[in-house]
Write a protein that binds this ligand. Sequence first.
Ligand SMILES: NC(=O)c1ccc[n+]([C@@H]2O[C@H](COP(=O)([O-])OP(=O)(O)OC[C@H]3O[C@@H](n4cnc5c(N)ncnc54)[C@H](O)[C@@H]3O)[C@@H](O)[C@H]2O)c1
Length: 241
Amino acid sequence: MQTLNQQTAPQSVLVTGANSGMGRATALRFVAEGWHVVAVDVTEPTHAADPNITSVVADITDEAALSAGVERALMNRPRLAAVVNAAGIFPTSSLTSYDVALYRRIFDINVLGTLNVARVGAKHIGPEEGGAMVFFASVDAFAVSRNQLLYSASKAAVVSLTRSLAIELAESRITVNAVAPGWVDTEGTRRGGRIEAAIPGIPLKRAASVDEIATWVWNLAGKPSYITGETVCIAGGIFMR
Ligand SMILES: NC(=O)c1ccc[n+]([C@@H]2O[C@H](COP(=O)([O-])OP(=O)(O)OC[C@H]3O[C@@H](n4cnc5c(N)ncnc54)[C@H](O)[C@@H]3O)[C@@H](O)[C@H]2O)c1
């Protein structure tokens, strides 16, 4: 149940992948809602200086570096109430093209990274007040695509982690959910006309905007809710044919 304190006291959210795409849109959405954002990315920050954003340059596969950066960013800042892991990579792979290095890179960032962010975040969310986590899966966890062999498997792992961590963190009053976007209009997906080629196959005949994905993240993480362990597909009906 939401307490008066939760409604009024300033709160912090940890957002990874905050320099680009849906991570950036999510960070800006929380700032617009009056939150302090700990913005983590492996690259130097791209956003304009903002007193409500504390940037941390860290690789989510390195738990110790991530933890130290987040600890510093939260010093004398509002308490951490939400965690959003949007950092992720999506290189193509197939049975003929994969190698051990690519396997490790995709699973390290997409799966181990999700675990590290969850563990670092959970340390800072007080069990008395609780909070929420949102991970980024993908529609590819359910409806696989050609040449996304390892990416799809990594995102299926994120769906499973979401359920397991929802049980584990329920006792700390933390809800854990994921979003599974389909086609989203980002620089990466626009490159080479990929979106235009995909649109005829999407029942709603358009890609999602980064802002509408950020709104779903906000709904799952910005206020206490009774939903936990779920993965919400935001994919314009791409499952149906
Ligand atoms: N773009 C899509 O259409 C789409 C669809 C479904 C799911 N997704 C998933 O949504 C998430 C966000 O996608 P996007 O298109 O907004 O991504 P993006 O490529 O625009 O941004 C990802 C950000 O994560 C950062 N990052 C990458 N590896 C990192 C690491 N090890 N540590 C810290 N930061 C790291 C990058 O520097 C970048 O700023 C990803 O997990 C992706 O798999 C994307």
